[in-house]
Write a protein that binds this ligand. Sequence first.
Ligand SMILES: [Zn+2]
Length: 483
Amino acid sequence: MSLRVYNTLTRTKEDFVPLVPGFVRMYCCGPTVYDHAHIGHAKLYVAMDVVVRYLRSSGYSVKYVQNITDVGHLTDDADSGEDKVERRAAAESVDPMELVDKYTNSFFEDMDALKVRRPSIAPRASAHIPEQIQIIQDLINRGSAYEVDGSVYFDVTSAEDYGKLSGRRLEDMEAGARVEVDSNKRHPGDFLLWRKAAPEHILKWPSPWGIGYPGWHIECSAMAKRYLGETFDIHGGGLENMFPHNEDEIAQSEAANCAPFARYWIHVNTLTVGGQKMGKSLGNAIYIKEALGRWSPEAIRFFILSTHYRSVLDVTEEALDAAETGLKSLTTLWRLLNEALAKAEDGEEATDITEAVGHLKGRFRGAMDDDFNTSAAMAALFDFRRELNTALGVKEIPARQSLEAAAKALRDTAGDVLGILKEDSATETDDLAPQLMDVLISTRSALRKAKQFELADRVRTELADVGVELEDRAGETVWRRKS
Ligand SMILES: [Zn+2]
């Protein structure tokens, strides 16, 4: 089976075939940097990170562009309201670009902590004004856009297939138009490409239509074209940006370039908090920095990836705690595997381990090839854990080659693709627990040898009280945290 991707544009799962064999060009709408990133951003960018990681692990070379929106994103989708960056900069009494730097740094700090790999290019909208002006000029020349009093609008009636991504129809937009719609617009569905700036506005540039600044949607068309070409493979983003943002990107790019825009659209569904929509104004926003103070980055990824990216994910403290516990059992397997490996010698292949590795590889690939089904991929990991625990529980330590194959399979799947393996946990030196456990275990076996069974049992019971289980195997005792 090869990779199949659910394409929002066609509402079907399609075979994934990039334009250039072996090479994937991919774009994802980045954050508007006027505040710290919240757990909803984590869901989107962790999901996209896994898409990129999986494509790379499947042998593709991936050029991944994720922009930074630092101008033009208004507080209202209907092209009224203020620029989000300018408004917040005024509230913090700083220069807008100072605010942009602060929150761009904060965003990447959070993404790095969450092991989200950096995009190949992270271009800023404000650094691509000439490219945006060029596309707007092309649109005016082609009769797809018009200027009114220093502002420029896209004419949605000029596009034959406007609404093809979101399924919205122009007639419905007309009927549902709000009264306060911008009176410069010829059609209520028309959208801003360039906005005339008020004298007190800070983020503004000269243009053929006077001093102003770009609308939000045009930046993604400009940066995608600049770095990926007119037609490219994958465009990703949050489902909440499908309309109007992504719809408008398609309309203006295809009208300006006379070429198809993105070929596959991947939309990541939203996140709720205890069943409620999350929002700063609703007072229930969970910032990534707060979450990282309570849960490990791997547990946050584990939690996000346990649900398919196209499903809504509901976040609760209990769910994140459960993710941390689930992750622990995987970390324990990794540790036991490495401990066994340290003592293992060359020998006859352990067929049960070879089988388990084969199951994991096949099922993991099958799940990920099915529209990046991370929840099924994680189920495969847990079955692998069960099979391997049995294999590791036998008298003799399995042969080195078999253990190495198992360790590699775990690293390739849970580590490289999902990013949920705490790889350094096998050799943690800053954590005293393994050393203290060695002391307790050797003390207990000394007590048993001396027939001090009551004291030896006390070690076991008291460890159990603090959540540590001991298991006596042939010639040795291993420990694990109870899951
Ligand atoms: Zn965008």
